[in-house]
Design a protein around this ligand. Structure first.
Ligand SMILES: *Cc1c(COP(=O)(O)O)cnc(C)c1O
Length: 416
């Protein structure tokens, strides 16, 4: 019996990189260290303690008092799937206003959960005036209004503060995907009337992907509890309404809530290492303070934008609603955007992002988030990008980008 030998280049030793794209970003070393800690059993009192801490930390991160604040194991879309498959019963109406790629993902997951999905669409680079959403809520009367907060595909954030009250007025729950925005942009789950929000670690939380923090209002929890697999199909409190059982085991939030709750009922095997990482991500933010973290993202995001504009690049989308942590720029005419990105990686070890859909090949996306929302990361990226543009034949004043960023920092310092 012969088998090809598996090639082995030794222990993992990735090249040094500065990840300045729209995510994933370079992880904070503290998160990586936390993830190298030894395992304990999932019912070890130490583990129960870590889980309680995680819940308390993420209440602060989401700005909520929701008891149902926990982690779903898996990347960010695991949180989305868990929320949708647990909240949506087949045939429920769901309204999804789409303004970028991740809105299409919400639509798809809602459809797969059996919803009757109604979408709104707008040109990429814009967001919705609340009145447009209100008109749709009034005519469609959905059970759930599902919208992305910050869509990294377009770099813009939909203002949410008016949507919670509007959803409530028409009897809908409000769900939002905060994967890209959380930690770098103000997000107030309770004050804005959000019923369900899900995130990820790989953007402003400075960690790797693989864990999805989620928070659920009491109204959302009661819908989920009514669908408990053992009770589903049985009359709920004498009411004739029958609830459909949740169609996923892994993403059954009723079971996951019991697992995280005081009963600690068995569900899946805890992804302990991810929990250590998610805990450290939240500790970093809470130590810094949520407002201070948003301000840090604003400071470095603004300096990056100033530098890009200083180099003569044109920004993409409605800048009044741009996220603090990522900016889109039009790729200069005559320059091959993908070749330039490859050269940036080869020569400088710096990664920036391309775009999808209507923006593919036209726009780069550059992030300043999490661990990389730092002055040295901003200035290094601008210096390297300028060099590449000049070699690519783009005419610009040498040093203009870095100078503009330095000026932006000086102005921020003077204002502070
Ligand atoms: C980056 C991002 C995701 C990522 O989802 P994964 O499952 O972790 O790939 C989801 N939603 C939004 C809005 C994002 O920006």
């Amino acid at each position: 019996m012969s088998r090809a030998r598996t090639p082995d280049s030794g222990p993992i030793n990735p090249p040094p990189r500065l990840l300045m794209g729209p995510g994933p970003i370079t992880a904070d070393p503290r998160v990586l260290r936390a993830m190298s800690a030894q395992l304990v059993g999932q019912y070890d009192p130490a583990m129960t303690g870590y889980m309680a801490e995680v819940q308390e930390l993420y209440r602060e991160v989401f700005q909520t008092d929701n008891a149902a604040t926990l982690l779903v194991d898996g990347t960010s879309r695991a949180g989305i799937e868990a929320a949708f498959v647990s909240l949506i019963e087949p045939g429920d109406r769901v309204l999804v206003p789409i303004f970028g790629r991740f809105g299409h993902l919400l639509r798809e997951i809602a459809e797969r959960s059996g919803a009757e999905v109604h979408v709104l669409e707008r040109e990429w680079g814009t967001v919705y005036p609340p009145a447009e959403i209100e008109t749709a809520l009034a005519s469609i009367k959905p059970k759930l209004l599902a919208i992305v907060h910050g869509d990294t595909a377009t770099t813009l954030a939909q203002p949410l503060d008016e949507l919670g009250p509007l959803a409530a007025k028409y009897g809908a729950l409000l769900y939002t995907d905060v994967t890209a925005s959380l930690g770098g942009n103000t997000f107030l789950a309770d004050a804005w009337g959000v019923d369900a929000a899900t995130g990820g670690l790989q953007k402003c939380l400075a960690g790797p992907s693989g864990s999805s923090p989620i928070t659920l209002s009491e109204a959302a929890v009661s819908i989920i509890e009514a669908r408990k697999s053992v009770e589903a199909g049985i009359r709920v409190e004498g009411d004739a309404v029958r609830s459909d059982p949740i169609r996923s085991n892994y993403f059954d939030l009723a079971q996951i809530l019991d697992y995280w709750g005081p009963k600690r009922l068995n569900h899946h095997t805890e992804a302990t290492t991810m929990l250590y990482g998610a805990r450290e991500c939240a500790r970093l933010l809470v130590e810094e303070g949520m407002d201070a973290a948003v301000e840090r993202h604003r400071l470095h995001g603004t300096a990056m934008v100033a530098g890009l504009v200083g180099m003569g690049l044109q920004l993409f989308g409605d800048q009044s609603v741009r996220m603090n942590n990522v900016v889109g720029v039009h790729i200069p005419d005559g320059l091959d955007g993908d070749r330039a990105r490859a050269a940036l990686l080869d020569n400088y070890g710096i990664e920036i992002g391309t775009s999808f859909g209507p923006l593919a090949g036209k726009v780069w996306r550059i992030g300043t988030m999490g661990y990389n929302a730092r002055r040295d990361a901003v200035l290094t990226t601008l210096a390297a990008l300028e060099q590449l543009l000049r070699r690519g034949g783009v005419r610009l004043t040498p040093g203009a980008g870095v100078d503009a960023a330095l000026e932006s920092y000086a102005n921020a310092g003077a204002a502070a």
